[in-house]
Design a binder for this molecule. Structure first.
Ligand code: ZN
Length: 163
């Protein structure tokens, strides 16, 4: 495994639409391992492939068992249902040192493939719903900064949950 460089806002790769994954390959598997390692190294709760410079529809999430999910690998994820609303602070590893309030669904259902290319369905609420929406947005070239209500604030490193 290896740490990957996290692309930061201003890098055009973060605004591109990612391609669907057709098959699992050793190369892709090793990218997923690297994404987990990179996410943990930066204390993130989620990371999308374009953040490490790869335009494929792959995200990893780990909000912690105590918050409702251990490590999740989602390939070609699609939000199939959503309900409710929550407004809360959000950050992103690609926008270091910043946070802002974003309104997201309170609950979402996501269909995806796991790392073995088997179909899975994830029901997420609260932080997991927020992380799922944030990461899936990355796959369509969207950053949370465009959804922020009010000001983008400066934060101390480690103060916010970064995605
Ligand atoms: Zn992000």
């Amino acid at each position: 495994m290896a740490l990957r460089t996290v692309r930061e806002i201003g890098d055009p790769i973060l605004t591109k639409k990612c391609k669907e994954v057709k098959e699992m390959t050793p190369r892709l598997k090793s990218m997923i391992d690297d994404m987990f390692e990179t996410m943990y190294a930066y204390d993130g709760v989620g990371l999308a492939a374009p953040q490490v410079g790869v335009l494929k529809r792959v995200v990893v999430i780990d909000i912690g068992e105590e918050n409702g999910s251990g490590p999740l690998t989602l390939i070609n994820p699609v939000v199939t249902e959503q309900s409710g609303e929550q407004t809360g602070s959000e950050g992103c590893l690609s926008v270091p040192g910043k946070a802002g309030d974003v309104t997201r669904p309170m609950e979402v259902t996501v269909e995806a493939l796991n790392e073995n290319m088997e179909p899975i369905t994830i029901h997420g609420k609260e932080l997991l719903a927020r992380a799922l929406c944030h990461e899936i947005d990355h796959l369509d070239g969207k950053l949370y900064v465009d959804l922020v209500e009010g000001e983008l604030k400066d934060v101390e490193p480690g103060e916010e949950e970064e995605q």
